[in-house]
Design a protein around this ligand. Structure first.
Ligand code: MUC
Ligand code: MG
Length: 394
């Protein structure tokens, strides 16, 4: 293939970017993010960037920065070189034929491809993804310092700045009683001024969730994300049926593939899907999962894997094309990092993230920043996560 969109070159690298503070989740604490950045060149000289970020190496799911880098270099790039970059579906099929799973790795490559083709056409990516229906989306912030005082300070500041009024609390690392007390204190401090959600990141079993979720709802929580293990669809179903008139149950780790979306839909096991470009395997597949949700009267939420502004802008572009039944988004990853790799971040105004309308994903990569954080250049040793003392581990 020698056409204008012929794929000429694909390069990937791991960055290590510290976070502004420790970020505590049920499965450990992170102090930096290690996104994989993919750059792709077309024959006409256009270039695009994609990103896949994991949380705590392979702690959130099976993929890690190192596995993503390897999959891109060894299996995905070789089957795309010389192919027509304008055929996004065919490119995905070639990647699937060469490599099972590895959704995060595929998403980073597909993202770079869509950015490159959109830039070559001088169009915003949303125009290649079905057209935008939202110019902005309500933007949540995650309170995960582990300290009530610090969480409340963060929330107050963001309310004053008119940046965020949806706050997600990461729970599940401590005892359920401690978590309920923590959430209740924050809820009292923010009463009437914010929407509160929690993400348990799979930490509870069914009986624990059935016992403690009503207490979180009494405290003021209205959206509950992944309270039980990803396989525990039965518990999700029971929780959705029993708590549905008081709060919404949101699937995150349980809903990755299109088939997961169908299974959850058939089981009537959640009210909302957290959509994430990485876990679905790209922007096009995110739209497919969203279509299943829409058909089943399930809402969507614009999720994050704490990406830099590249992955966050790409996510904003696909989310902008989806329907009206949403709970906002949490594309705050760039703000959690000490610095970014684009020249200008997406603006946040009146509690909403504004969609960047320039060519591609509408953000410009700062090459010096890529060099600055490049793991190979800095010679850094990866230390992904502090597991701390956890129940059930020696
Ligand atoms: C997750 O499971 O949703 C999103 C926000 C955050 O703080 O962690 C992520 C992962
Ligand atoms: Mg989650």
């Amino acid at each position: 293939m020698t056409g204008r969109f012929s794929i000429e070159r694909i390069e990937a690298r791991i960055l290590d970017i510290p976070t502004i503070r420790p970020h505590k989740l049920s499965f450990g604490t992170i102090n930096h993010q290690s996104p994989v950045i993919v750059q792709l060149w077309l024959a006409d000289g256009a270039t695009g960037f994609g990103e896949a970020a994991t949380i705590g190496g392979p702690s959130w799911n099976e993929e890690s920065p190192e596995s993503i880098l390897h999959a891109v270099n060894a299996y995905l790039a070789p089957v795309l070189l010389g192919q027509d970059g304008g055929g996004f579906g065919a490119a995905l099929a070639r990647m699937d034929a060469a490599c099972k799973g590895n959704a995060f790795a595929k998403s980073a490559v597909e993202m770079a491809l869509i950015d490159a083709v959109a830039r070559s056409l001088n169009l915003p990516a949303w125009q290649l993804l079905g057209g935008k229906r939202h110019q902005s989306l309500p933007l949540a912030w995650t309170l995960a310092s582990g300290d009530v005082g610090r969480d409340l300070e963060e929330a107050q500041l963001r309310l004053e700045q008119r940046r965020h009024r949806i706050f997600k609390m990461k729970i599940g690392a401590r005892t359920p009683e401690q978590d309920v007390a923590h959430v209740a204190q924050i809820a009292r401090g923010l009463a009437g001024r914010a929407t509160l959600t929690v993400d348990v990141n799979q930490a509870w079993d069914g009986p624990t969730a059935r016992r403690y979720l009503p207490q979180l709802i009494d405290a003021g929580v209205s959206l509950i994300e992944q309270p039980v293990a990803k396989w525990n669809v039965e518990a999700l179903k029971t929780l959705s049926a029993t708590l549905g008139d008081r709060a919404s149950i949101m699937a995150d780790e349980t809903v990755c593939t299109l088939q997961d979306a169908m299974a959850l839909t058939r089981a009537q096991a959640s009210h909302v899907f957290s959509l994430k470009v990485a876990k679905h395997g790209g922007l096009l597949r995110t739209r497919q999962v969203a279509a299943v949700a829409e058909a089943a009267d399930i809402g969507w939420y614009g999720g994050t894997m704490l990406e830099t502004s590249i992955g966050s802008a790409a996510s904003a572009h696909v989310f902008s094309t989806l329907g009206p039944q949403h709970h906002g988004c949490e594309l705050f990853g760039p703000q959690l990092l000490v610095d970014d790799i684009v020249t200008e971040r997406m603006p946040i105004r009146d509690f909403e993230l504004q969609l960047p309308d320039g060519p591609g994903f509408g953000v410009e990569v700062d090459r010096a920043q890529l060099e600055r954080f490049d793991r190979a250049r800095a010679g850094l040793t990866p230390v992904h996560i502090d597991f701390g003392q956890r129940a059930g581990t020696p």
